[in-house]
Design a binder for this molecule. Structure first.
Ligand SMILES: Cc1cc2nc3c(=O)[nH]c(=O)nc-3n(C[C@H](O)[C@H](O)[C@H](O)COP(=O)(O)O)c2cc1C
Length: 158
């Protein structure tokens, strides 16, 4: 199975995990970047309102892939606006496998994974796994059993 990991990361935690995952499941990695940066408050506002913001060109066509992992930090309990934009640009996703993961400071009531899952479910993708990691653990290089489990799920599809 050929998998694409699409990663938005502002301060590097999510990207660090995405790069480790890339090695473990032998995936391709595309990095989602916003065209412009915004102040903290506006980042939060856009995320909470489930807004989209313009992103730089990256891989959005899954024609050559069997699976997709979308990953990002949690902002205001939700996904950053860049991720909403990325999801809306995806093509050829129906019937393909997907997983999602987030990194966060550890706040409760995170809607971010649900947000990504419900969008991709609605587009006819097939859910394989999800995980949520704390930035503190990522700093320590401690991804835990959830990471191993996530890796196993994707490697079992090969
Ligand atoms: C604008 C903004 C909003 C955030 N909101 C939350 C939040 O609601 N809950 C939480 O646990 N962490 C929150 N965080 C912390 C990040 O989710 C966490 O540090 C994450 O691991 C950063 O990932 P990155 O380094 O890949 O950008 C927020 C950080 C920023 C910059």
């Amino acid at each position: 199975m050929k998998t694409l990991i699409a990663c938005y990361s502002y301060s590097g935690h999510t990207l660090k995990v995405a790069e480790a995952l890339k090695e473990e499941i032998d995936a391709d990695l595309t990095v989602i970047k916003t065209v412009k940066d915004k102040w903290y408050f506006f980042k939060l506002w856009d995320a909470i309102r489930e807004n989209s913001v313009p992103i730089e060109p990256c891989v959005t066509d899954l024609i050559d892939f069997d699976g997709l992992v979308v990953c990002c930090p949690v902002w205001g309990g939700k996904v950053p606006a860049a991720v909403n934009q990325y999801l809306s640009e995806l093509k050829n996703l129906k019937g393909k496998y997907f997983g999602v993961f987030v990194t966060s400071g550890g706040g409760k009531s995170q809607k971010a994974t649900v947000q990504m899952r419900s969008y991709l479910d609605g587009e006819g993708m097939l859910f394989l796994g999800q995980m949520s990691l704390r930035s503190k653990n990522v700093d320590e290089g401690n991804y835990g059993e959830v990471f191993d489990f996530f890796v196993k799920k994707f490697n079992s599809m090969k």
